[in-house]
Structure formats: structure tokens, C-alpha cells
Design a protein around this ligand. Sequence first.
Ligand SMILES: Nc1nc2c(ncn2[C@@H]2O[C@H](COP(=O)(O)OP(=O)(O)OP(=O)(O)O)[C@@H](O)[C@H]2O)c(=O)[nH]1
Ligand SMILES: [Mg+2]
Length: 451
Amino acid sequence: MNSNQQRVLESAILVGVTRAGEEPWETRDALNELELLADTAGAHVTDRVTQTLPKLNAATYIGKGKVEDLRRLVAARKSDLVIFDDDLSPVQARNLERALKCKLVDRSALILDIFASRAKTAVAKTQVELAQLDYLRTRLTRQWTHLSRQKGGIGTKGPGETQIETDRRMIGHRIATLKRRLEQIDRQRTTQRKSRAAFTRVSLVGYTNAGKSTLMNALADTDVLAEDRLFATLDATTRMIRIAANKQMLLSDTVGFIRKLPHKLIESFKSTLDEVRESDVLLHVVDATHPRFEDQVRVVHETLKELGALDKPMLMVFNKIDALEEHGLLGALREEYPDTAFVSALRGIGLGELRRKLIDVVERDFEEHLAYVPLAEAGAVAYIRRVADVISEEYMYAQNGDAAAQPEAVARLHFRVAPRHYRDLRPTLEKFAHLKPIPEESAHGQRSQTA
Ligand SMILES: Nc1nc2c(ncn2[C@@H]2O[C@H](COP(=O)(O)OP(=O)(O)OP(=O)(O)O)[C@@H](O)[C@H]2O)c(=O)[nH]1
Ligand SMILES: [Mg+2]
């Protein structure tokens, strides 16, 4: 059951402004997305109001005449809600609310509302509540500043301020509690993530609704909720995937990005997004059927930059090609984006190519090493097989230089591996650095075998 079925649909009007240097189609696109967000939040959009404004109105955001048009429309439609594509200042919000006599929501509040209704896990709920309170607190603060400026001097310490002060204090307490809870969750997750260090870690990133969860399900054979709603996923799920015969990786699916994602939200989703930050490689899933997918790619890059994860090796994955094929657009796209994997996560098309390209990206910064590891050290051998590209593996006998000691059965491993994994392995491998293979003829008839 989705959130719409649980709520009564509210009727809403969207408002967008084309500012200096912007084109009307940009506002149109922005409002298309805002309508999707509104729909996800459980609103039914009846109208759109747009205005081209070189300079925003400090008091009401849109122009005076437009406010009056909007007021009439709200009255005629009996709207519950007016949604602005941009964030309003508290002053603008209050003036507009007074003029329009209906509930007002800006983009950030709408996104926060969706996150709140979609949060299922305790972690996601805590993270969303923190972002909401932060949002509320800044508004109260600004409103309070405004009030004191308006009245000034004596008399400012009226009941209004006391109330706001009390609210602020309560919010402050709650924020502190939530932050403590998140720190605790963070510690648990850090331990959990450390245990994943001995694997190659891949994270799915991308614009919301691109098909990340669907791809996760296709690659990992899991059942993560995927649906045609924005922000279906709000927490991180990690699964083991088999990428080649004996190559396994950890794949994580997490929250999607969107244009103007409130900064507070990114901040409070730190613990969920750490998964992305700590990945070896990112799979950037793009909805290739979206008319403005290039803008979405740009937004994802900007968000990754904000997370400090833009420098990670990344493979672009154009998804939903099943829907593209119908329009004959696939060929041109393939030519334009040669280093990209083209898949249909839903139909399971192109997954082989995706796996091969993923291996290429994962192994791009691999370095070559040679090591003799006693077969008795099963853990180290398994570690190398799991994370490295093994060029050759042979079995033989080796001795530690002490002629009296028994020769040991060892694996001679020639492999390529990521620098961070080699750093992990080195202390173990150094213990065996003194092992010298025994020439075959002197190995007392014990022949070595080639794998
Ligand atoms: N035609 C088509 N639709 C797809 C494909 N992959 C995913 N979809 C649809 O796209 C919608 C979004 O898919 P999800 O996997 O939930 O997308 P997501 O990126 O995880 O979205 P969020 O978690 O909301 O950020 C769903 O309706 C999917 O069925 C595909 O290959 N082809
Ligand atoms: Mg998802």
C-alpha cells in the first residue's frame, strides 16, 4: 500500500517562477518534477501558476498582481494547498498564507514530508525527524529575528517571543536526543561496515526513480521495494552479488538524489550515505527514458561532490533501455556514451555487459603482486581470490631457508589487487616473505601442480 491510499488526496496548485537567466522550459520541467513530488506526497495538482520575474518580491516571492490571481484561483478551486517550487523565506510564507488563506508548502518542506511518510526503518525515521526539526528551527529563528526587528526594543519580550523561545528550546532538546541516537547508530554501522572492508564494495547511486532498487534486485536476486514513486528507498541495503565465477562483491542500494535536495537532509542522512562514501566503486544508474536525464546526471554529480564521493571510480548505467528500444533511440545513445553500460533492470537485459564493465572499473587501479602463501592459511588465500584478479595460481613446496625444516605446501599467487586491499593483506603476506620455492628436482619427487 502506498502513501496515497493511506491519506486523503489534497488538492494543490503549483507555483513556479522563471528568473533572470532562466528559460520558461526550465520552469516547466521543474514543475513537472514538483508535480511528481506532490503526487508522491498525496496531493492532486489542479493548476500551475507561473511567472517570469527578473527580481523576486521580498515580501511575497511572486508579484502583487500574481498573488491576487492566485488568491482567486485558490478560492475557486477550494484548494487545500499551494506548493512553491522554491524555498520561501518565513516572511514570504506568512504573507502569502495570510493573503491566500490556505496551507503553503515549499519544495524543501514537501521533500521532507515525503521522506517522513516513507521512512520505515528506525534509522531513516530518526534521520528524517532530525532534518525536519532543523528545518523548523531555522524558520523559527528567522521569524523571531524578524519579529524583534519589527517591534524593536522594549516590548519585544512579549508572549510571542516566549512561545518561540520555548518551542526553540524543546526543538533543541529533541535535536540533541536524535543526534545522540544517530551517533550510536553510526558507531554500530561503522563496526558493521568495517567487517565489509575485506570485500570490494559497490554502491548504486542516482536520481530518484532511476531504477536503482530494481537493478539491485536483478543483480542480487533480492526483493527490495521498487516502485514508480519518488524516494521509495530511504535506507541502505547491502547484499552479496556474484559478478563472475569466483568473484563476489558487496552491492548497496540507497536513497536517491533529486534537484535541490535540502542540505539538512543530506547532513542527517550521513549514516546512510556513508555507505556511498566508503565504496570502492559507484554504479550511477540513469533513467535513459527521462527527457532531461542529462540534468539529472548533473544533479547526481553535484550531490556526490557535496558528499565528497565524486572522485570515486564510477560506471554509468543507462537503465530502462527496454522502453528506449521502442523509440529507436538506443543506437544514438550508445554511440554518444561509449563507456556506459546499457541495461533494462526490469527485463534483465544487458546485465552480462554490466558485470564485465563493472569488473573493468573495479580493476582499473589494481597493482600487480606475487606472493607465496601456505595452503594452511586458507583465510589469506580466500581473501586474495575474493578481491583480486588472480593471473596465475600454482601449488608447490617451499622452505623458509632452514634446511632442516619440513617443506610446506604453498600457493604461488600472481595477482592484481586494489591498493587498499593490498594494504590489508601486507602484514599477513610479510609473514611468508621468507618462503623460497624448492626447485622441482630437489622436492624429493613431490611434483608441483599447476592450477
Ligand atoms: N521500463 C522499465 N522500467 C523500469 C526499469 N527499471 C526500473 N523501472 C521502473 O522504474 C520505477 C522506479 O524503480 P526503482 O527501482 O524503485 O527506482 P529507484 O532508483 O530505486 O528509486 P528511489 O528508491 O525512489 O530513489 C519502477 O516503477 C520500476 O519498475 C527498466 O529497466 N525498464
Ligand atoms: Mg529505490
